[in-house]
Design a protein around this ligand. Structure first.
Ligand SMILES: *[C@@H]1O[C@H](CO)[C@@H](O)[C@H](O)[C@H]1NC(C)=O
Ligand SMILES: *[C@@H]1O[C@H](CO)[C@@H](O)[C@H](O)[C@H]1NC(C)=O
Ligand SMILES: *[C@@H]1O[C@H](CO)[C@@H](O)[C@H](O)[C@H]1NC(C)=O
Ligand SMILES: *[C@@H]1O[C@H](CO)[C@@H](O)[C@H](O)[C@H]1NC(C)=O
Ligand SMILES: CC(=O)N[C@H]1CO[C@H](CO)[C@@H](O)[C@@H]1O
Length: 435
C-alpha cells in the first residue's frame, strides 16, 4: 500500500518535473493570434508571449514600433507608413490618411464638404454616400475605398509581424473606437480580410486600454475613465468594470482635436518667426516638409525639456552658396501659450461624461491616459488637478491599446497564465460630440 503511494508520488513528481523542465527548456509555443491597433494616425501590432506573460509590440524593419496610418500612391508603387509621410509634401493629392474617419460610414453632401476642405486629396462619395479616395495620375483617376487604404496598412503590419515571428500571421484581435457602429466594425473586418487576416474579435479601444492596466482583474466595481487624446481625435469614455465584465456608461469627444492641431499652432509660429528673421515667407515644399518634421520633434522634446534649441537649414534661403539656417530657442511655455485654448478644450468631454452619469470627479476610481498627446505635461497636469488624483500612465500611452488587444488575443488563444477573461457588454450609449 505505502509502496503504491510512493510510486504514485514519484510519478506525480516526475510529471511535475517534466512539466517544469519542459516549460523551461522547450521553445515557447509560437504565438498564433496577434493584436492590432489600426489607428487614425498611427497603427501598431503586438503579440502576447505565454511563459513571460508579456506583450511585445512588434517593430518594423527600421525598428519603428508603430507606423503612420498613411498610404501613398506613386506612379509605379504604393508606399505605406513612414515612407508615405516622407514623400507627402511632393505628392499631396495621392497621399491618403485618416481612413478611419471614413471607413464604413455614409456621409451627407454637407458633411462631406466640411471634411473634404481639410485635405489636399480628393474624396468622392458613391451613390450611398460612402467615401472613396481619388488617385489622380495624369488624366487617369482611380478610386480606392477607405477599407483598401486600411488593408495596405494592415498588410505592412502583418509583414513586419511575420518577419519578426518567423511564422504566418492570419488571425487577429482588433480594436475600434467605442462609438463605431456595426457597419464601421464590418468594414474594419473587411479591411483585415483584404490583408489576409481573419478578425476573431473586435474590442473597444477604451476596453483595450483598461485591459492593458489589468483593471479587469481588480476586485469589486470600478469606474474607469479613459481619456484618449491622439493625433487628431479626443475620446473620453467611462467604463464600469465588474468581475471582468466591461460596460460603457458614457462617451464624449471631439473628432477634430489632437496632436496635429498642436503641431499646426507651433508650425505657424515658426513660420512667423522665419518671416520676421528673413524678411520673406518660406514657400519651398522641401523646406516646409523639413520644418514640419522638425515641428513634431520640437513638440516631442518639449515634453521632457523646458526649452529646445533649433538649428534648421533652409535650402531655399541660401545666398551665394551659403546655407541659411533658422536658429531659435523654443520654450515649453511658448508651446503652452500657443495652444492654451485647445488644451482647455480637453476637459470639455470629460465634464460632459461625468454630467451624463451624474458623477463627481471623486467617484472615478481610475483614470487611464491613452494617445501620444496625453504625454504633454500641461494636459497631464490639467487632468490630475481636475480629479485630484494621479492618472494611470505607466504604460506608454501610444501603445496601451496595442497592449490591450494583444492581451485579448492571448486570452482567446488560451495562453497560460491568462485565465481571467474579459467580456464587453453591448452598449447603446450615444457619444456626445463636442466642437
Ligand atoms: C489608368 O488607371 C487604370 C486603373 O488603375 C490602369 O489600369 C491604367 O493603366 C491607367 N492608365 C494610364 C494611362 O495610366
Ligand atoms: C522581434 O521583435 C522584438 C521586440 O518585440 C525584438 O526584440 C526582436 O529582436 C525581433 N526579432 C526579429 C527576428 O526581428
Ligand atoms: C455586418 O456583418 C454581419 C455578418 O457578416 C451581417 O449579418 C450584418 O448585417 C452586417 N451589418 C451591417 C450594418 O453591415
Ligand atoms: C530632440 O531630441 C533628440 C534627442 O535628444 C535630438 O537628437 C534631436 O535633435 C532633438 N530635436 C530637436 C528639434 O530639438
Ligand atoms: C496612479 C496609478 O498608477 N494608479 C493605478 C494604475 O493601475 C493599477 C492597476 O493595474 C492600480 O493598482 C494603480 O493604483
Amino acid at each position: 500500500m505505502s509502496t503504491a503511494i510512493t510510486i504514485l508520488g514519484t510519478s506525480i513528481l516526475a510529471l511535475l518535473l517534466a512539466g517544469y523542465f519542459g516549460q523551461k527548456f522547450m521553445p515557447p509555443p509560437k504565438p498564433k493570434i496577434v493584436g492590432i491597433d489600426l489607428g487614425t494616425t498611427y497603427s501598431c501590432i503586438g503579440v502576447y508571449h505565454a511563459v513571460t506573460g508579456q506583450v511585445r509590440v512588434i517593430p518594423d524593419k527600421e525598428d519603428h514600433l508603430c507606423i503612420p496610418s498613411v498610404v501613398a500612391f506613386r506612379e509605379k508603387a504604393v508606399v505605406v507608413g513612414h515612407r508615405a509621410v516622407a514623400q507627402a509634401e511632393h505628392n499631396p493629392s495621392n497621399t491618403f490618411y485618416d481612413g478611419k474617419r471614413f471607413i464604413g460610414k455614409a456621409f451627407s453632401t454637407e458633411e462631406l464638404a466640411k471634411e473634404a476642405g481639410r485635405y489636399q486629396f480628393k474624396l468622392v462619395p458613391d451613390e450611398y454616400g460612402m467615401i472613396r479616395y481619388a488617385i489622380q495620375q495624369r488624366d487617369n483617376v482611380t478610386m480606392v475605398t477607405p477599407e483598401y487604404i486600411g488593408s495596405q496598412i494592415l498588410t505592412t503590419l502583418k509583414q513586419s509581424a511575420e518577419t519578426n515571428l518567423s511564422s504566418p500571421v492570419t488571425r487577429a484581435v482588433m480594436s475600434v473606437p467605442a462609438e463605431f457602429d456595426e457597419m464601421q466594425r464590418n468594414y474594419t473586418r473587411m479591411a483585415a480580410r483584404l490583408a489576409g487576416i481573419d478578425v476573431l474579435r473586435i474590442i473597444n479601444e477604451p476596453t483595450a486600454a483598461a485591459l492593458a492596466y489589468g483593471l479587469h482583474k481588480k476586485e469589486g466595481t470600478n469606474n474607469v475613465l479613459v481619456v484618449d487624446l491622439g493625433g487628431g481625435t479626443l475620446d473620453v469614455s467611462l467604463l464600469n468594470i465588474q468581475g471582468g465584465m466591461f460596460s460603457t456608461q458614457a462617451m464624449a469627444g471631439n473628432n477634430h482635436l489632437g496632436g496635429q492641431d498642436f503641431n499646426q499652432r507651433l508650425f505657424n509660429h515658426l513660420l512667423r518667426q522665419i518671416k520676421q528673421k528673413f524678411g520673406r515667407e518660406l514657400k519651398d515644399p522641401e523646406d516646409l516638409q523639413l520644418l514640419r518634421q522638425q515641428t513634431e520633434d520640437i513638440k516631442l522634446n518639449l515634453t521632457n525639456q523646458d526649452a529646445v534649441f533649433i538649428h534648421i537649414p533652409l535650402h531655399s534661403f541660401r545666398k551665394s552658396g551659403h546655407m541659411a539656417f533658422y536658429k531659435d530657442k523654443i520654450m515649453r511655455a511658448t508651446f503652452e501659450e500657443l495652444n492654451e485654448d485647445l488644451f482647455k478644450r480637453v476637459l470639455d468631454p470629460v465634464k460632459a461624461v461625468l454630467h451624463t452619469v451624474e458623477m463627481e470627479p471623486s467617484e472615478i476610481d481610475e483614470i487611464v491616459l491613452v494617445g501620444g498627446s496625453t504625454r504633454i505635461p500641461k494636459v497631464r497636469k490639467m487632468i490630475r488637478e481636475y480629479f485630484d488624483k494621479d492618472p494611470n500612465t505607466s504604460i506608454d500611452p501610444e501603445l496601451a491599446v496595442t497592449y490591450g488587444v494583444s492581451i485579448q488575443a492571448g486570452i482567446i488563444g488560451g495562453m497560460w497564465p491568462l485565465t481571467v477573461s474579459a467580456i464587453e457588454l453591448p452598449s447603446r450609449v450615444k457619444k456626445i460630440h463636442i466642437r
